[in-house]
Design a protein around this ligand. Structure first.
Ligand SMILES: *[C@@H]1O[C@H](CO)[C@@H](O)[C@H](O)[C@H]1NC(C)=O
Ligand SMILES: *[C@@H]1O[C@H](CO)[C@@H](O)[C@H](O)[C@H]1NC(C)=O
Ligand SMILES: *[C@@H]1O[C@H](CO)[C@@H](O)[C@H](O)[C@H]1NC(C)=O
Ligand SMILES: *[C@@H]1O[C@H](CO)[C@@H](O)[C@H](O)[C@H]1NC(C)=O
Ligand SMILES: *[C@@H]1O[C@H](CO)[C@@H](O)[C@H](O)[C@H]1NC(C)=O
Ligand SMILES: *[C@@H]1O[C@H](CO)[C@@H](O)[C@H](O)[C@H]1NC(C)=O
Ligand SMILES: *[C@@H]1O[C@H](CO)[C@@H](O)[C@H](O)[C@H]1NC(C)=O
Ligand SMILES: *[C@@H]1O[C@H](CO)[C@@H](O)[C@H](O)[C@H]1NC(C)=O
Ligand SMILES: *[C@@H]1O[C@H](CO)[C@@H](O)[C@H](O)[C@H]1NC(C)=O
Ligand SMILES: *[C@@H]1O[C@H](CO)[C@@H](O)[C@H](O)[C@H]1NC(C)=O
Ligand SMILES: *[C@@H]1O[C@H](CO)[C@@H](O)[C@H](O)[C@H]1NC(C)=O
Ligand SMILES: *[C@@H]1O[C@H](CO)[C@@H](O)[C@H](O)[C@H]1NC(C)=O
Length: 769
C-alpha cells in the first residue's frame, strides 16, 4: 500500500479518512484521493510483466514471492505491489521490482520504456541479463536507478549521463563494461554512485569532482587504473568511499584531506604507493580505514591519534617501516588493527595509558619486531584475534602465561617467535575456551602430557616444525571441530592414530616429514554405517611408512589429494585406488618400493599421478583411452620398469601437460605424430625407443612452443629441476627441442593450509565494513 486510493470507493471520503487514519495517516489523508491507474500504463505494466519469466528468487531476498504475482488486468494498477502513482495525475512514477525473480533480457521495445514519468526504478536482485537498450534514455525523469545484483552486461555509462535529475545510481554486482565518460560530471545531483563488482575499466575522469552532492561512492572490484584524480577532494559531502580491488596507482591525492565528512575509506588491493598519506590525518570522522595490499612505504605518524573515531584500521601487506607508534593504542574507539606483513621494527609498546578497551583484533605478525613480548598485552582482555607471528624474541624467554588473561581469544598466531622457551601445549590450551585457530609452528612445543582438552572449538591447528618427538599428541582426540591439522616437520614416531580418521570435520591433514611407520586402523565402532570420513587432503610424504599401502585408505571416500611419497611402502598399489567412483584427484607415490603393475582404472579420474622411482612393471593401463574427457594433466612414471610401446593413445587426452616416461623399458618406434594439444613437458629419455625423428615432429605440440614466451603464464607455475631436460635432449639423437623450463602441478604446501590471517580472510572481512 504505497499511497494509492481508488476513487471508485463507495466509502465517503471523510469517513474513509477517519477509518484509515489508524492505518496510515501519511499515505492516505495527506494526499487528494481521486485518481486511479491510467489504462495505457496498466497495459504497459502487464506487458512488461509478460516479457519475463518468473524464476527463483535471489538468495538475498526476504520475501518468498514475486511482486508481479498479484498484478491483474481487472484491478487498479496504482494498488499493485511495487507501484506508486502520482497522486494527482495517476501516472506511474515508481516501480520497485527488486527481489521479484524476473528472468530474461530487456527488449529494445520493452513496454517499460512507455512509462515515461518514472522517477524511481528498482530492478535489483533479479536474474536479468543482456545489454540495457538505449531506449532507457526515454526514462529521462529518473532520479533513482537501481540495477544491482543481476547479470547485465555491455556498456551502460555512455547514456546514463542523459538523466540530467539522477540522484541515485546503483549498477553493482553485474558484468557491465566500459569506461566512465567525462559526461558523468553532468550528474551533478548524484548522492549515491555504486559501480562496484563489475568489469568497468579505464581512468576516473577529472569531472568526477563535479558530483558535489555525492555521499557514497563505490568503484570497488573493477579494473579501473591510473591515478585517483585530485578533483575527488571537491566531493565535500562524501561519507563512504570504496575503491578496493582495482589497479589504481600513484599516490593518494592530498586533496583527500578535504573530505572531512568521510567515515569509511577503503582502497585495499590496488597498486598505490608513497608514504602513509598524512592528508588522511585530517579526516577526524573516519571510523574505517583500509589501505592494505598496496605498496605504501615510510612510517606511521605518531599523530595518527588525530583519527580519534577510528574503529577499523587495516594497513597490512604494505612496506611500512619504522616503529609502531604506541600512540595508536590510545585511540579509544579502535576495535581492529591489522599491520601484518610490513617491515615495522623495534619493540612493541602499548604506552602507559590504558590500552584500547575495545580492541578485538590485533594483527601485527610478519614484521621485524624484536625484543620481549610485552606483558601488558594481557590488558587487552577483549581480544578475539591476536597475531604476533615472526616476532623475534632473539632467543629470549617468553612468559606464555601472559595470554592466560585473554579469555575471549578465538585466533592466536605465535609462529616463529625465535624463543628458547618450550611451549607446553596442555598449558597454553588450558587458558582458552573458545579458541578455533592456533598456530605455534616454528617454536619448541612439548605435547607430552596426554590429558585431552576439555573444550572443543579448535578448527585449525598448526604445529609444524615444533620439534615434537615421541608419539602423536593424544590431546587433540576430543577436537570434534578440527578441520586443518598441520603437524609436519617434527619427529613424531609410531603409528598414525586411528581416531584421527574419526574426527568428523577433519579435511586437511599434513603429516609429512616425520618418522611415522604405519597406520592404526580406524576403530571398529567407527566403521559403522554412520561413519562418514571427512579427510580430503592427506599429505604423508617423507616418513618411515613400511609394508603395503593400507587398503583402508580407499575407505576415505572424500579423499582428493593423497601424497605418500618418499616412504618405504612395498607391495603393489591397492587396486581399490583405481575405483571408478573414487574422488581422488592427485596421487603421489613417488620414491617408494612399490612393485607390480598399475591398477587398471587408476587413471580414470586423476588430475595428477606420480609413481616415479618405484619398481613398477607391465604396461600403462589403457582403459583411460576411452575417457577423452579425462582430467589427467600430469603423468610421471619415471625410473620404474614399465615395458610398453610409446603411449600414442595418450595424445587424445585434452588436458595432458606433463608426460614423463624417463628410465623405463619403453621401446619401439616413434612413428606417429601425436598431437598433445596442451603438452608442455615430455621426457622420454633412457628408454629403448628406436627410429628416426624428423625435425617437424613436435610442431603440433602448440602449448609447448608457447611456454616461456608468456610471462604471466610463467609466473603462475612452479619451476622444476632442469637436470632431466638435458638428459632428454641427449637421448634422442638429432633433436634439440626447445625445452628449458617446465613445471609440476602439485605444489607441496597446498593453499588450504594457508594461514587464515592471510589476505583472503582479511578481504572478506573488510568487504563487510
Ligand atoms: C485489459 O482489459 C481491457 C478491457 O477489459 C483490455 O482492453 C486490455 O487489452 C487488457 N489488457 C491486457 C494487457 O490484457
Ligand atoms: C518487440 O520486439 C520483439 C522482437 O524483438 C517483437 O517480437 C515484439 O512483438 C515487439 N513488441 C512490441 C510491443 O512491439
Ligand atoms: C520513447 O518515447 C517516445 C516518445 O517520446 C515514444 O514514441 C517511443 O516509443 C519510446 N520508446 C520506447 C522504446 O518505448
Ligand atoms: C555534459 O558534459 C559535457 C562535458 O563533460 C558537456 O559538454 C555537455 O554539454 C553536458 N551535457 C549536458 C546535457 O549538460
Ligand atoms: C558540472 O555540472 C554543471 C551543472 O551543475 C554542468 O553545467 C557542467 O557542465 C558540469 N561540468 C562537467 C565537467 O561535467
Ligand atoms: C574543484 O574545486 C575547485 C575549487 O573549489 C575548482 O577550481 C575545480 O574546478 C573543481 N573541480 C571540479 C572537477 O569540479
Ligand atoms: C602529523 O605529523 C606530521 C609530521 O609527522 C605532519 O606533517 C602533519 O602535518 C601532522 N598532521 C596532523 C593532522 O597533525
Ligand atoms: C624506511 O624505508 C625507506 C625506504 O623505503 C628508507 O629511506 C627509510 O630510511 C626507512 N625508515 C626507517 C625508519 O627505517
Ligand atoms: C634468533 O635469535 C638468535 C639469538 O639472538 C639470533 O642469533 C638469531 O639470528 C635469531 N634468528 C632470527 C631468524 O632472527
Ligand atoms: C624436516 O623437518 C626438519 C625439522 O624437524 C627440518 O629441519 C627439515 O628441513 C625438514 N625437511 C624437509 C625436507 O622439509
Ligand atoms: C624406520 O623404520 C625402520 C624399521 O622399519 C627402523 O629400523 C628405523 O630406525 C626407522 N627410522 C626412523 C628414523 O625411525
Ligand atoms: C619387455 O617385454 C618383452 C615381451 O613383451 C620382453 O621380450 C622384453 O625382454 C621385455 N623387456 C624388458 C627390458 O624387460
Amino acid at each position: 500500500m504505497k499511497g494509492s486510493w481508488n476513487s471508485s470507493s463507495i466509502i465517503p471520503s471523510s469517513f474513509s479518512c477517519l477509518f484509515l487514519f489508524l492505518f496510515s495517516f501519511r499515505d492516505v489523508c495527506a494526499v487528494p484521493t481521486r485518481y486511479s491507474c491510467l489504462p495505457e500504463q496498466r497495459d504497459a505494466l502487464l506487458e512488461f510483466k509478460n516479457e519475463f519469466e518468473i524464476g527463483e528468487l535471489s538468495f538475498y531476498c526476504i520475501s518468498g514471492y514475486s511482486k508481479t504475482e498479484s498484478w491483474a488486468n481487472s484491478s487498479d494498477c496504482c494498488k499493485w505491489e511495487g507501484i506508486t502513482c502520482n497522486s494527482k495525475s495517476g501516472e506511474v512514477i515508481e516501480l520497485d521490482l527488486s527481489c521479484s525473480g524476473l528472468h530474461g533480457q530487456f527488449r529494445p521495445n520493452s513496454s517499460l520504456f512507455r512509462l515515461q514519468n518514472l522517477h524511481f526504478l528498482d530492478l535489483s536482485l533479479n536474474d536479468l541479463s543482456g545489454h540495457i537498450p538505449s531506449s532507457i534514455c526515454n526514462l529521462s525523469h529518473l532520479t533513482t536507478l537501481q540495477l544491482s545484483d543481476n547479470h547485465f552486461s555491455g556498456q551502460i555509462l555512455s547514456y546514463v549521463a542523459v538523466f540530467s535529475h539522477l540522484n541515485s545510481l546503483d549498477l553493482s554486482y553485474n558484468q557491465f563494461l566500459g569506461e566512465i565518460p567525462t559526461s558523468i560530471g553532468n550528474l551533478s545531483k548524484l548522492i549515491t554512485l555504486d559501480l562496484s563488482y563489475n568489469q568497468f575499466s579505464g581512468y576516473i575522469p577529472f569531472s568526477i569532482g563535479n558530483l558535489s552532492q555525492l555521499i557514497s561512492l563505490g568503484f570497488s572490484q573493477n579494473t579501473f587504473s591510473g591515478q585517483i584524480p585530485s578533483s575527488i577532494g571537491n566531493l565535500s559531502q562524501l561519507t563512504y568511499l570504496h575503491f578496493f580491488s582495482n589497479n589504481f596507482n600513484g599516490e593518494i591525492p592530498s586533496s583527500v584531506g578535504n573530505l572531512n565528512r568521510l567515515i569509511r575509506f577503503s582502497i585495499y588491493s590496488n597498486k598505490l604507493h608513497g608514504n602513509f598519506p598524512s592528508a588522511l590525518l585530517k579526516l577526524t570522522r573516519l571510523s574505517t580505514l583500509i589501505l592494505s595490499s598496496n605498496q605504501f612505504t615510510g612510517t606511521l605518524p605518531p599523530n595518527i591519534t588525530s583519527l580519534s573515531k577510528l574503529e577499523f584500521f587495516d594497513a597490512g601487506d604494505n612496506a611500512l617501516n619504522g616503529t609502531l607508534p604506541s600512540s595508536l593504542f590510545t585511540i579509544p574507539s579502535l576495535t581492529f588493527i591489522d599491520l601484518s606483513d610490513n617491515q615495522l621494527e623495534g619493540t612493541l609498546e602499548f604506552g602507559n595509558t590504558s590500552s584500547p578497551p575495545n580492541l578485538q583484533a590485533l594483527r601485527i605478525g610478519s614484521n621485524n619486531f624484536v625484543g620481549p613480548l610485552p606483558s601488558s598485552i594481557s590488558k587487552l582482555t577483549n581480544l578475539e584475534e591476536l597475531d604476533l607471528s615472526s616476532f623475534n624474541t632473539k632467543g629470549g624467554p617468553v612468559d606464555f602465561s601472559i595470554f592466560s588473561h585473554l579469555k575471549s581469544l578465538q585466533s592466536l598466531g605465535l609462529s616463529h617467535l625465535n624463543t628458547t622457551t618450550t611451549i607446553h601445549l596442555n598449558d597454553i590450551l588450558s587458558y582458552f575456551k573458545k579458541l578455533n585457530y592456533l598456530d605455534l609452528s616454528g617454536n619448541h612445543v612439548s605435547a607430552a602430557n596426554k590429558s585431552s582438552i576439555p573444550w572443543q572449538s579448535l578448527a585449525y591447528m598448526d604445529l609444524s616444525q615444533c620439534g615434537i618427538n615421541g608419539f602423536f599428541p593424544e590431546l587433540l582426540k576430543t577436537q570434534q571441530r578440527l578441520r586443518n591439522l598441520d603437524i609436519s616437520n617434527n619427529k613424531i614416531k609410531g603409528q598414525v592414530p586411528g581416531w584421527l580418521w574419526m574426527l568428523p570435520n577433519l579435511e586437511n591433514l599434513e603429516l609429512s616429514n616425520n618418522t611415522f611407520n604405519g597406520f592404526e586402523r580406524p576403530s571398529k565402532h567407527g566403521l559403522s554405517h554412520i561413519w562418514k570420513p571427512s579427510v580430503r587432503n592427506f599429505l604423508g610424504s617423507n616418513n618411515n611408512f613400511t609394508g603395503k599401502i593400507p587398503c583402508f585408505i580407499c575407505v576415505l571416500r572424500s579423499l582428493s589429494i593423497l601424497d605418500l611419497s618418499s616412504n618405504n611402502f612395498n607391495g603393489s598399489i591397492p587396486h581399490c585406488l583405481g575405483n571408478r567412483k573414487s574422488s581422488l584427484s592427485v596421487l603421489n607415490l613417488r620414491h617408494n618400493r612399490l612393485s607390480g603393475s598399475l591398477p587398471e582404472n587408476i587413471l580414470g579420474n586423476l588430475r595428477s599421478l606420480d609413481v616415479g622411482h618405484n619398481q613398477l612393471t607391465g604396461k600403462l593401463p589403457r582403459s583411460l583411452i576411452r575417457l577423452s574427457s579425462s582430467p589427467l594433466q600430469m603423468l610421471n612414471v619415471e625410473s620404474n620398469r614399465f615395458n610398453d610401446t610409446f603411449p600414442f593413445w595418450l595424445s587424445s587426452l585434452q588436458n595432458l601437460q606433463v608426460l614423463i616416461l624417463r628410465s623405463n623399458a619403453f621401446h619401439g618406434p616413434l612413428i606417429h605424430q601425436p598431437s598433445f594439444p596442451k603438452l608442455r613437458i615430455i621426457d622420454i629419455s633412457r628408454n629403448r625407443f628406436s627410429g628416426y625423428l624428423p625435425m617437424g615432429y613436435f610442431v603440433k605440440w602448440s602449448a609447448m612452443s608457447s611456454l616461456g614466451t608468456n610471462k604471466e603464464d610463467r609466473s603462475k607455475v612452479n619451476y622444476m629441476d632442469v637436470n632431466w631436460i638435458a638428459a632428454a635432449i641427449g637421448s634422442v639423437p638429432g633433436i634439440v627441442f626447445g625445452l628449458t623450463i617446465g613445471y609440476i602441478l602439485t605444489s607441496h604446501k597446498p593453499e588450504w593450509f594457508a594461514n587464515p590471517f592471510g589476505r583472503k580472510n582479511r578481504r572478506s572481512r573488510s568487504t563487510t565494513t
